[in-house]
Design a protein around this ligand. Structure first.
Ligand code: SF4
Ligand code: SF4
Length: 236
């Protein structure tokens, strides 16, 4: 091998090493992002996780309460009881659905189209709007039935205010709110507080849909926003 070849080989090795280092860096950053986020585990963007029948027994063995949905699928509701301080406490044994899920934001960090800092700012913004929506949810959702992690019927509000395990499921709450508001006969029937909630939910869902995961709720809230705008124009 000539000296020339050796130098060429060494420089391609350096390029490879650099690439590996870059890949490692983006993988670490994406994992750090998740460790400070947990929006896909805490009920903000999904309301349940489906698990395979093969996994069900093992997961129940480690205390993850499952129940069957209307279609016979094995699911557990979010927020996940195995989530503690933003961390998955059964990480090596978590369901396959959790292992394979990467939101659009983590993928953007991994392929370097979004910086770690910018991604962190998005997570913070979503958390802020989620907290507002939870805190200001209309009274009627507070008595809606839901299932707790022991598969017993519970009330949504009871779940939020259970200090021993704060369980929130904003995704389910926004679904229930939308169902209720869609049944209002006229857009003029909305109070100012309700309108504010609908607009805030719409903004929140836009953020989720744009940065994390596509959500059908966005279109449904867009319909509500549209009804309100049309009614307001009619009044003018
Ligand atoms: S929502 Fe995305 S960034 Fe947040 S924990 Fe889940 S995969 Fe990670
Ligand atoms: S099992 Fe772990 S990864 Fe899956 S939802 Fe629960 S906390 Fe999140």
């Amino acid at each position: 091998m000539s000296n020339h070849d050796q130098i060429a080989d060494e420089s391609s090795d350096t390029a490879l090493d650099y690439q590996r280092l870059q890949d490692l860096n983006t993988a670490v950053q994406s994992s750090m992002l998740c460790q400070n986020c947990a929006l896909c585990c805490d009920g903000t963007i999904f309301n349940y996780v489906e698990v395979s029948k093969q996994e069900a027994r093992q997961l129940e063995g480690i205390g993850l309460g499952l129940h069957e949905d209307k279609k016979g699928k094995q699911i557990f509701n979010l927020s996940c009881p195995k989530l503690k301080d933003c961390k998955c406490t059964i990480y090596p044994n978590r369901p396959k659905t959790c292992v394979s899920f990467h939101c659009a934001l983590t993928r953007s960090v991994m392929n370097e189209t979004v910086t770690y800092t910018d991604a962190g700012a998005v997570v913070l913004e979503v958390k802020k709007s989620a907290a507002w929506l939870l805190q200001n949810a209309p009274d009627f959702v507070k008595s809606k039935p839901f299932y707790d992690h022991d598969s017993k019927p519970a009330k949504l509000l009871a779940m939020w205010h259970d200090d021993s395990a704060v369980r929130t499921n904003l995704r389910q709450i926004l679904y229930e709110v939308r169902q209720e508001f869609s049944a209002y006969p006229a857009a003029q029937d909305f109070t100012e507080t309700e309108k504010k909630y609908i607009f805030k939910a719409f903004e929140h869902l836009k953020l989720v849909d744009r940065h994390l995961t596509k959500t059908k709720l966005l279109l449904r809230y867009a319909e509500l926003v549209n009804r309100i705008h049309i009614a307001n124009d009619g009044e003018c």
